[in-house]
Design a protein around this ligand. Structure first.
Ligand code: AMP
Length: 422
């Protein structure tokens, strides 16, 4: 079905054409008519399915069709991270380019003043993170009395990050007569609670199997010891088959270590994590988007919602602990209709996470080997005195409590809770 048949206003159809979209993605086909009919909507969709346009296009269309005399905030889009705010704002600017509408952003980590100034100049749409928005409202710098549309994007992430109390306080200040759209990668009990609390008889749209990674992403893994990971990454980055690469590290320090290693190899690289200033993070993302750096090394939180077209490979340098993180990470490649590859490094203490993940996905992940770098983990690890030690490598593997089988863990916990001599 072409965009023309969805009932969108002409300037918006022109804007998506300018953006090079030829036809709507499945979530756009399903969601746009529902929003245009003024119904609340709960969307469950894989990452990279085009869900931003699925809510932005019909909201813009409705706002443009009913101009108001006094400018006020008509649509509020709340998201969990600053990066996502910037990204959605960029999309709105693209989709609203033929409309006389203004968009403002509100997020922490940078000065409040320019953001407040943009609000005072008048904004029809606001994209915000909940914490800073609440500060701005408390300072009476923004009024949400004329709000018509509320969007909660990445609701499951906002729950994880503890934003719900702030969201609740904000929603209490909104007109009851409004349209609410909520998007989430998963439909957990907590998300259902939010739906009951904030929405009115929403239509549920689910695209693809819940939390199933995009079909277009080829996934495989290498079994590799911790100390061989830097060498394996360097090896994979030789040649240019991995041309735009997002590397995930579990920790900020780990991300810095990987970056230093790649810099020493003269590979253009940038880092994205929460110890970096907001400006450094935005610059890193922009350099990556513009192709000035080939590799972006990121942590999960900082990379939430990153939308960069044409990421050819996602590398899980550290294996994710939660299946949802894996799904989110690999969803950064293969976005919309593109294809991509997701490569995971599996260290000996990651096996329990792999089992949980494969159960979650309902399928196994293909194993690959690189001669000389990867070995099945049942072969002996090299003796620590056999060669020069890589000081940047993590400490040798020792079993930890959270990798214990659950039966053992239960008995371990019980033993500690009820001392034998009691
Ligand atoms: P999202 O899931 O909203 O983060 O979108 C993922 C990517 O798909 C973004 O880069 C969009 O620009 C792109 N996109 C969205 N809708 C379409 C479409 N109908 N055709 C082609 N690309 C699209």
């Amino acid at each position: 079905m072409p965009f023309q048949q969805l009932g969108l206003a002409a300037p918006i159809i022109q804007a998506v054409k300018d953006a090079g979209y030829t036809e709507p993605t499945p979530i756009q086909t399903a969601a746009i008519p529902v929003v245009l009919h003024r119904q609340d909507l709960m969307g469950i969709a894989q990452t990279g399915t085009g869900k931003t346009a699925a809510f932005v296009l019909p909201i813009l269309s409705l706002i443009a069709a009913a101009p108001v005399q006094h400018r006020g905030i008509r649509a509020l889009i709340m998201v969990p991270t600053r990066e996502l705010v910037v990204q959605i704002e960029e999309n709105i600017r693209i989709y609203a380019r033929h409309l006389p509408l203004r968009v403002a952003t509100i997020f922490g980590g940078v000065s409040e003043r320019p953001q407040i100034r943009a609000l005072q100049h008048g904004a029809d749409l606001v994209v915000a993170t909940p914490g800073r928005l609440l500060d701005v409202i408390r300072g009476r710098e923004a009024s949400l009395r004329s709000l018509e549309f509320l969007v909660l994007d990445e609701a499951d992430r906002m729950l994880d990050m503890g934003f719900v109390p702030a969201i609740r306080q904000i929603v209490r200040l909104l007109p009851r007569q409004r349209q609410t759209l909520l998007f989430s990668a998963t439909l957990s009990r907590e998300v259902e609670k939010l739906i009951r609390e904030f929405m009115h008889n929403p239509k549920l749209i689910e695209i693809g199997r819940r939390a199933n990674p995009a079909e277009t992403v080829t996934q495989y893994l290498y079994e590799v010891s911790h100390h061989a990971k830097p060498a394996l990454l360097s090896h994979l980055l030789q040649g240019d088959s991995l041309h735009t690469v997002l590397v995930f590290s579990r920790t900020k320090h780990g991300a810095d270590r990987i970056t230093r290693r790649l810099e020493s190899m003269k590979i253009p690289v940038a880092t994205l994590h929460s110890n970096r200033s907001q400006n450094q993070r935005l610059r890193a993302l922009q350099d990556f988007k513009d192709g000035r750096v080939r590799v972006l090394v990121a942590t999960d939180i900082a990379a939430r919602g990153i939308d960069v077209d044409g990421i050819s490979h996602v590398v899980n340098y550290d294996f994710p602990r939660h299946p949802e993180d894996y799904v989110h990470r690999i969803g950064r490649t293969g976005r919309a209709h593109a294809v991509g590859e997701a490569i995971s490094f599996l260290a000996p203490d990651d096996f329990s996470h792999l089992r949980t993940l494969e159960r979650f996905l309902g399928r196994g992940i293909l194993r690959r080997r690189v001669e000389g770098f990867t070995e099945p983990h049942n072969t002996a690890a090299p003796h620590k005195h056999t060669g020069p030690r890589d000081l940047s490598a993590p400490a040798p593997y020792r079993p930890r409590r959270d990798t214990m089988p659950w039966r053992l863990r239960r008995s371990y916990q019980n033993k500690n809770r009820f001392p034998r001599h009691a």
